[in-house]
Ligand binder design. Structure first.
Ligand code: SAM
Length: 292
């Protein structure tokens, strides 16, 4: 018989039978409204006639996984919590296109996984992300070599605002700039705290990040861009010049002042005012591709 994985009694009994419980330290807030995982899975774009292959991060007890299985080609679900494995074996018994991998996503070679599970073909990422490591996971996906065709994730509402914010706004930060370099960010729909067990203190939103097919602006190297972004936001209250020199100890402060002047920017500008396009331009000066 098909289990209702969003039913509170069913969730509690599955955890109890496996002698485990909700682990707050792993961000375990499970969905209890059946409409939400359905809607997330329905947001995945098809690849022409082909159903998409999906990498799910943190399947929990398999609530979203079951819905993904229904619309996807293959699903690889990476779950860090070993105590959930016997539960997933039960709840995903009717989903032959799903493979569960007991691992930490931050220690998983996603390119290798995509090769093994999806034959090197395109894949999408879909997840109800654990709040405590949303940014590290997102950075890991954005900076990794394996580029998903889209990333559909549930994140804390404030993170959704941050990701889709514009330069100069209070929400704009390193994560925004990194995501803006990677692709286009869209807010899909809101999910209030009452849709989870245990109920978190914050509301959530589902967002989509669609990677650009080719880099939108010229950079000297992705590595320099990452350092520029990191440096620009590391010390938010300082000017860009003071903040960024700590990230590039071999470059003199005067050189950064000259770079800003060449870019037509004031010497006391703060990093939060610059778009990713301007950060990209800055890499060309730093690495000497545009002479000063
Ligand atoms: N997908 C389920 C749902 O929507 O109900 C559970 C989502 S819950 C918010 C996040 C899940 O991510 C948990 O199952 C947690 O154990 C798992 N998780 C936490 N850290 C992880 C990591 N580093 N790698 C893989 N999974 C992780």
């Amino acid at each position: 018989m098909k289990m209702n994985l969003t039913d509170i009694t069913t969730i509690k009994s599955l955890l109890e039978t496996a002698d485990t419980g909700f682990k707050k330290s792993l961000g375990q807030n499970f969905l209890i409204n059946p409409a939400v995982p359905k809607k997330i899975a329905a947001s995945l774009k098809r690849d022409g006639e082909n159903p998409p292959n999906v990498l799910e991060i943190g399947p929990g007890i398999g609530t979203l996984t079951v819905e993904l299985s229904a619309v996807a080609g293959r699903v690889a679900a990476v779950e860090i919590d070993g105590t959930l494995m016997p539960i997933l074996e039960k709840t995903l018994a009717g989903c032959p296109n799903v493979k569960v991998i007991n691992a930490d996503i931050l220690k998983t070679d996603i390119g290798k996984l995509a090769q093994e599970e999806f034959g090197g073909g395109e894949f999408s990422v879909c997840a109800n992300l654990p709040y405590y490591i949303t940014s590290p996971i997102l950075m890991y996906l954005l900076e990794g070599d394996a580029k998903p065709r889209e990333i559909i994730i549930m994140v804390q509402k404030e993170v959704a605002q941050r990701l889709c914010s514009s330069p100069g706004s209070a929400e704009y930060g390193a994560l925004t700039a990194a995501a803006a370099w990677f692709g286009e960010c869209e807010r899909l729909f809101a999910v209030s705290a009452g849709n989870f067990l245990p109920k978190p203190k914050v509301d959530s939103e589902v967002i989509r990040i669609t990677p650009f097919k080719s880099p939108p602006f010229k950079v000297s190297s992705g590595g320099t861009l990452r350092r520029v972004i990191r440096g620009a936001f590391a010390r938010r209250r300082k000017t860009l010049v003071n903040s960024i020199t700590a990230e590039f100890p071999n470059i003199e402060k005067e050189r950064f002042v000259k770079i800003l002047s060449a870019m037509g920017l004031p010497a006391d500008i703060r990093g939060e005012r610059l778009s990713v396009e301007r950060f990209a331009e800055m890499t060309l000066y730093i690495d000497g591709e545009i002479p000063l």
